[in-house]
Design a protein around this ligand. Structure first.
Ligand SMILES: *[C@@H]1O[C@H](CO)[C@@H](O)[C@H](O)[C@H]1NC(C)=O
Ligand SMILES: *[C@@H]1O[C@H](CO)[C@@H](O)[C@H](O)[C@H]1NC(C)=O
Ligand SMILES: *[C@@H]1O[C@H](CO)[C@@H](O)[C@H](O)[C@H]1NC(C)=O
Ligand SMILES: *[C@@H]1O[C@H](CO)[C@@H](O)[C@H](O)[C@H]1NC(C)=O
Ligand SMILES: *[C@@H]1O[C@H](CO)[C@@H](O)[C@H](O)[C@H]1NC(C)=O
Ligand SMILES: *[C@@H]1O[C@H](CO)[C@@H](O)[C@H](O)[C@H]1NC(C)=O
Length: 305
C-alpha cells in the first residue's frame, strides 16, 4: 500500500533539475509555470506549443508534473515584481568596446534598469514620443543581445567558485538602447545608461530559464541579433571580459543578490552605434535576440503616442 503510493507519486512527479522553465498563458485561459516541451529539431522554447505544468516555486522547491497544457502565449519567465533587481553590465566584450571607442574597464561596469522595463519574449517594444525623432534630435534606437543570468539563491560575499551554485539558469535578453539619450544627452564624458535604456518594455527576456545542468558552462554559447531577418550581431559568450561567475562574485562583495534577480551580462560587437552607416531601429522593425541552446525573443519596435 505504502509502496504503491510512493510509486504513484514518483510517476506523477519527476524531481526538478533539468528544465526549460517557462511561464505561459494556456489555452484554458489560466497562467502556469511549465517545463517547455520542445518540438523536434529545435531547442528554442519560443517554438514550444505545450509544456509540462510545474508546481511549487521555481525560485525555491518545485516539481515538474506530467500534466501537459497547451501554450497560448509565453510570458516573461518571472513576473516583473518577482525580479527585484535588473542588473546590467556595460562594456563586457573587447570588440564592442572597440566599436564604441570606449576603453576596457578594469572592473565590471554595473548599472540598473527598472523592472518596469521588463517585457515578454514576443510583445512590442514601445517607443514614446520623447524617444522618437525630434527637431535636430534623431531617434537613435539600437539593439543589444545579452546572456541573462537568473539568481535562485541569495548571494553575498561569495567567491567565483561558489557563484554558479546561486544560479537557477540562463536566458536571453534584449537591452534596447537609445544612444541619443544615453550619450549625446548623457552629460559627457559620462554616459547616462538608465535614461537611454530604461524605458517601459525595453528589456524583453525569455523565452525560458534554461537550468544550469542543461547549460553548465555559460561561456561557450553563440549569441546573436537579427533585425528584420538580417544578422547584425553574431558572436560567442567566450568573448566576455568578465565571465558570469566573476560578475556574480564581484557584485556580491557588498550588494546582496536575491532569488529572482537577473543580470544582463553585456553585448558583443555589431551594434548600430559602432557602424559607419547605422540603420537606427524604427517603427515596425522586428528584432530577434538569440542564445545557443537557450532560445530567442522576437519583438517589434512600435511607436506609441
Ligand atoms: C580593437 O581594435 C584594435 C585597433 O583597431 C585592433 O587591433 C584589435 O584587434 C581590436 N580588437 C578586437 C577584439 O576587435
Ligand atoms: C569612433 O572613432 C572613429 C574614428 O575617429 C569615428 O569614425 C567613429 O564615429 C567613432 N565611433 C563612436 C561610436 O564614437
Ligand atoms: C535645427 O537645425 C536647423 C538647421 O540646421 C537650425 O536652423 C535650427 O536652429 C536648429 N534648431 C535647434 C533647436 O537647434
Ligand atoms: C528620423 O530622422 C532620421 C534622420 O533625419 C531619418 O533618417 C529617419 O528616417 C527618421 N525616422 C522617422 C521614423 O521619421
Ligand atoms: C567574506 O568572506 C570571507 C571568507 O570568504 C570572510 O573572511 C569575511 O568575513 C566575509 N565578510 C563578510 C562581510 O561577510
Ligand atoms: C553566426 O555565425 C555562424 C558561423 O559563421 C553561423 O553558422 C551562424 O548561422 C550565424 N548565426 C546567425 C544568426 O547568423
Amino acid at each position: 500500500m505504502f509502496l504503491s503510493r510512493a510509486l504513484a507519486l514518483l510517476a506523477l512527479f519527476s524531481l526538478g533539475n533539468s528544465e526549460r522553465l517557462v511561464r505561459f498563458l494556456a489555452t484554458d485561459g489560466k497562467e502556469y509555470y511549465g517545463d517547455a516541451i520542445l518540438p523536434s529539431g529545435t531547442v528554442d522554447a519560443a517554438k514550444s506549443t505545450s509544456a509540462k505544468v510545474v508546481v511549487g516555486d521555481i525560485l525555491g522547491d518545485f516539481k515538474v508534473t506530467n500534466q501537459v497544457k497547451k501554450i497560448k502565449k509565453l510570458l516573461a519567465p518571472l513576473p516583473s515584481e518577482r525580479v527585484r533587481t535588473v542588473r546590467m553590465v556595460g562594456l563586457n566584450y573587447v570588440a564592442h568596446i572597440n566599436e564604441t571607442n570606449s576603453t576596457i574597464p578594469q572592473w565590471p561596469i554595473l548599472f540598473y534598469k527598472p523592472w518596469t522595463s521588463l517585457n515578454t519574449p514576443s510583445d512590442p517594444i514601445p517607443v514614446s514620443p520623447g524617444y522618437q525623432n525630434q527637431t535636430n534630435f534623431t531617434s537613435t534606437m539600437d539593439y543589444e543581445t545579452e546572456l541573462v543570468v537568473v539568481i535562485k539563491k541569495k548571494a553575498f560575499n561569495i567567491t567565483d567558485e561558489e557563484a554558479l551554485d546561486h544560479v537557477l539558469g540562463f536566458t536571453v535578453g534584449h537591452d534596447v538602447s537609445h544612444r541619443g539619450w544615453q550619450i549625446d544627452r548623457g552629460g559627457l564624458p559620462q554616459p547616462q545608461f538608465s535614461m537611454g535604456k530604461g524605458a517601459d518594455g525595453w528589456a524583453p527576456w525569455g523565452p525560458a530559464i534554461v537550468t544550469t545542468d542543461i547549460v553548465p558552462d555559460p561561456q561557450v554559447l553563440n549569441i546573436w541579433t537579427k533585425v528584420n531577418g538580417v544578422t547584425m550581431q553574431n558572436d560567442t559568450t567566450a568573448n566576455m571580459i568578465f565571465g558570469v561567475a566573476h560578475l556574480i562574485s564581484f557584485f556580491s562583495m557588498g550588494i546582496t543578490l536575491l532569488p529572482g534577480d537577473v543580470i544582463f551580462t553585456g553585448t558583443p560587437k555589431g551594434v548600430n552605434l559602432g557602424k559607419e552607416n547605422p540603420q537606427w531601429l524604427t517603427d515596425g522593425d522586428v528584432i530577434e535576440v538569440g542564445l545557443e541552446n537557450v532560445g530567442t525573443c522576437t519583438n517589434m519596435l512600435q511607436y506609441v503616442n
